[in-house]
Design a protein around this ligand. Sequence first.
Ligand SMILES: C[S@@+](CC[C@H](N)C(=O)[O-])C[C@H]1O[C@@H](n2cnc3c(N)ncnc32)[C@H](O)[C@@H]1O
Length: 266
Amino acid sequence: MTEAEILFAEVLGCDRMSLYRNRALPLNAEISKYIGTVLKRRIHGEPLQYILGKTEFMGLEFKVEPGVLIPRQETEILVEKVVQEVTKSQGHNAISLSLLDLGTGSGCIAVFLAKMFPAAKITAVDISEQALRIAKQNAILHGVDERIQFIQGNLLSPYAVRRTQYDIIVSNPPYIPSWEISQLQPEIAYEPRIALDGGEDGLDFYRKIALTCGRCLKIHGKLILEIGFGQLEGIKNIFQKNKNFEAIEVIKDYNNIDRVAIIEKR
Ligand SMILES: C[S@@+](CC[C@H](N)C(=O)[O-])C[C@H]1O[C@@H](n2cnc3c(N)ncnc32)[C@H](O)[C@@H]1O
C-alpha cells in the first residue's frame, strides 16, 4: 500500500480496494482537517507510522510511537527464517522451544512468534522502558501477553536471561554506524538513536552478542541475527574468532543484500 492509500484507508475507515471502488466516500470537514494535519506533519519528515500510531508487520497490526523503532520489512525476512528453523528442528508445534528476542522494540518479532508457536516459551529483552511498555501493549493486542516474559535490561545481563539456555536467540540489534545516522533520510531522525546506533563501524552489538550469547544457547542452538549492508565480512570475523560458534549461514533479502546471519552453537 502507498502512504496515501494507508492514510485515506485509515481516516475513512475502509480497506484499500474500497478507496477505488466506492465513489461516494464520506469526506467531511473534520476528516479533511485531520488529513491536513497529518500531511503537514508528514511534510516535515515525521514517519506516517508515528502519526497514525501503528504499522503492519507480518500481516499484523503493531502500535508504535516516537521512542520505539518502526518495524521494517527487512525484519520480516529475519522472522521468516526463525519460523523455518524452528519448524525444521521442532515441527509446527515447537512444544519445547525456548526463544529469546534480544532488543525487542515494539515486540513485533516476539509477538509474531508467540502467535505462530503457541507452545513456545518466549522471552523478550530491551533496555528501553518505553519500548517494553509498547511491546507489552502489542502482546495484549494479539492475546499473547501471558506467553511472553518481558524483561528490561542490557542484552543478556538480566539474571533470568543469563541463567537460561535457549534454543534460539533472535535479534535485530542496532547496526547503523554512528557517523551514518545523520546522513540517512529525515524520517530516521524521529526514531530512537538507541535503536539504531551500532557504534563506529555498526558492529558493536555483534561483538557483545558474540562474547555473551555462547553460554545462553543450547548445544546446536542458533543465533539468528539481522545484519546491515556490507557487514557480513565483519560479522563473520567476529563469530569465526569465537570457539563457541560454528560456520555462518547467510540469507539475502529481496534486493540481494546479505540480511540474516544464522550462527550455530558448537
Ligand atoms: C533495531 S531495534 C529492533 C527493534 C525490534 N526488534 C524490531 O526488529 O523492530 C533495536 C532494539 O534494541 C534495543 N537496545 C539497544 N541497546 C540495547 C541493549 N544494550 N540491551 C537491550 N536492548 C537494547 C533498542 O531499544 C531497540 O528497541
